[in-house]
Structure formats: C-alpha cells, structure tokens
Design a protein around this ligand. Sequence first.
Ligand SMILES: Nc1ncnc2c1ncn2[C@@H]1O[C@H](COP(=O)(O)OP(=O)(O)OP(=O)(O)O)[C@@H](O)[C@H]1O
Ligand SMILES: [Mg+2]
Length: 364
Amino acid sequence: MAKITEDHVLQALSQVNDPDLGRDLVSLDFVTQLHLDDQAIALTVKLTSAVSPHAVALEQSIRAALAPIAGTRTVAVQFAADPPAGGEKTPNIKYILGVGAGKGGVGKSTVAVNLAVTLAQLGAKVGLLDADIYGPSVPIMLGLRDYKPAVNAKRKIEPAQAHGIKAISMGFMVDAQTAVAWRGPMVGRAVTQLVEDVDWGELDFLIVDLPPGTGDIILSLCQAIPLSGAVVVSTPQDVAFADVLRAVKMFSMLKVDVVGLVENMAYFRAPDTQKDYEIFGNSAATIQCPQYGIELLGRLPLDMAVSPNADAGRPIVAAEKSSNQADLYRTIAARVASRLAVLVDQKTSLAEVGKDFFGQRPAQ
Ligand SMILES: Nc1ncnc2c1ncn2[C@@H]1O[C@H](COP(=O)(O)OP(=O)(O)OP(=O)(O)O)[C@@H](O)[C@H]1O
Ligand SMILES: [Mg+2]
C-alpha cells in the first residue's frame, strides 16, 4: 500500500470546505486530531455549531477527498462541536439569540419557546430567558406557572427545567404590574442579572424572548444583553413591512446582526385536508425580504393546535413531534444555527483583521 503522511491527509482535507464558513478545513484549523497508520485514518473535525445541518454532507465530502489516498485504510470521522467562546461576562454561553418584533401579538413568545425546544431536541444545550416585562408568557407556555426560583449552593439563581431546556422569566421575579412602571435602566439591570446570575451551566444557545416594539425598554435590554444576533417575527397583515423594518433598523443601530425573519401565522393549513390557504394574499415577507437583504428563515402557518397546547404548557414541537409545525421549526432551527455561526465568524475575522492592522482589537 502506498505510504502516506499526515501532510498528504491534510492536503486532501484542504480541498474540503466548511459548508457554513465557505473556507477549507485546514486553513480554518478545524482538523483537531489526526491519527494515521497502515490500517486507518482517524480524524476529529470541528463543527461551528452544536446543531449542524451539514454534518452528514461534510462527512461525505471528507470521505470523498480521502478516498484517493486512503487505499485499504478505514476512514473514521468524528465531529466535535466547538463554536466560538461566549462573551466576557457569559463565557459559558456560546450564542445569545434575541427574538423580537416591531409590534406585539405576532407570536414572538411562541417562536422563542418552540425554537428553543427544537434546538434542544436536535441535541443542543439550550436556555430560554423571558425578558418580556409587559407580558411574560414563558411560565404559561412551558407549564411553569408555579415555579419559584431559589438561590442554589453556588449562590446562583436556579433556572426551571421543562421540555429539555432551562428557563427563567421576569415573571418569576417580579409581578407584571410592578415591572411595567420600571424605566429602561432598571429593566436593563434586572435582565443583566438574569443573564449573569442564573446558573445556566454550559449553553450552546440562550434564546431571549424580547418585549414588543422598539422603545426605551427594549433599547436598554439590547444594551444589557450581549446578543450574538436577533430573529425578527412578523405576520403577513403588515403589507408595508413597516414593523419589520423598524425592528431591523433598531437592531442595526444597536450593532446586533439580524439572523433573519420568521413569518408567523403566514397562511392557514386546514387540519382535515392539510390544504394550504394563503388567506392574507401574497406573502409580504417572501416578496420584501430579498429586497431588503433579510434572510427569510421560514413561514409558519396558523395552526389550530398551537394555542390550546401552549395554554396547557406544551409547546407544539413537543406536543406533536412529527407535525408539520415541528418540521418547519427544525428547518428554521438549522438555518438559525448556520447563520449565527457565519455571522459570529465574520465578526471575529473582522476583529482579527483589525488586530493585525491596528496592532490591537478595535473597540466592539
Ligand atoms: N402559528 C400559530 N398558529 C396559531 N396560533 C398561534 C400561532 N403563533 C402564535 N399563536 C397564538 O397567538 C397568540 C399570540 O402569540 P404570542 O403570545 O406568542 O405572541 P407575542 O408576540 O409573544 O405577543 P406579546 O407581544 O403579547 O408578547 C397566542 O395565543 C399564541 O398561542
Ligand atoms: Mg410574548
């Protein structure tokens, strides 16, 4: 059998690109372990996210690239999720994702809860922070109405656990009547505490259900929480797209990348025939997103099973795991994970370029 060295293997792997980042595995330094002998080539490759929709395809590309040099050796590929480290204050949390909207009632909380549970079902470690001081609905949606958070032995606030995720809500800490009278800075401080003083442990994703609108409270919140990105939720009635654009503008002012848009209650799927009815006419999001360079992460139908299940503490993706809603949420979750990996990589690369150029990291 032809003698090969580690260099041959790395040369072959330099033909394989990470599907999210579009650069090759070797220059990304993503091959973390390599073992080579006459019987086997065994390698460990980094994934940008704990939920990688591309792992299967990536393994196929790696095998195809190694086939010409492997001979009769077996090829063993292992993946290790190793997203970038979290921020200074939250080193154990890889990505913090806000879910917001220009206005209320569009399904932010529904999307935040179901996205969080879906990411957990796909294998990620997930926390959910309900930062909506006006109408915290996570306690109801997760069946945690009576949860009373306590301080644990580590002197941290113990989050609730439900449907595979950890969760904390402003609603656990203060009653809505009191909190509504708070000004922005107070809300900012309270939420900072929920991010930093809750015993989240290691998290791949912390999903934050933001209050509606673009006013003082949400500005303070976004300044208090080091968001890696934000998902905007909309409904199709807003043909002018005005609320979406207001939310996108607010996030860009705050230097928070918009990961994409979820159009909720976008059409009606009849439960008896499974036929789809575009009851609001053409989809505003489908037409307008490309014009504004916004990624359309998915369109979720109005579904009669969503609300009663949510009121009973069962997110639809947990109540009906093989439903159409659950499928759509899996697609959205995979897109979110990919987009976050790309956005954070771009930011890091820019900071690295800046470091070389200025001799130090530019101010964030
Ligand atoms: N796709 C859907 N199909 C059917 N009902 C839905 C869907 N999405 C959300 N709902 C229902 O619509 C109502 C509003 O949703 P939700 O509370 O998630 O909105 P919100 O944007 O968080 O509202 P708020 O601004 O009050 O926080 C809830 O009763 C929820 O169960
Ligand atoms: Mg809500």
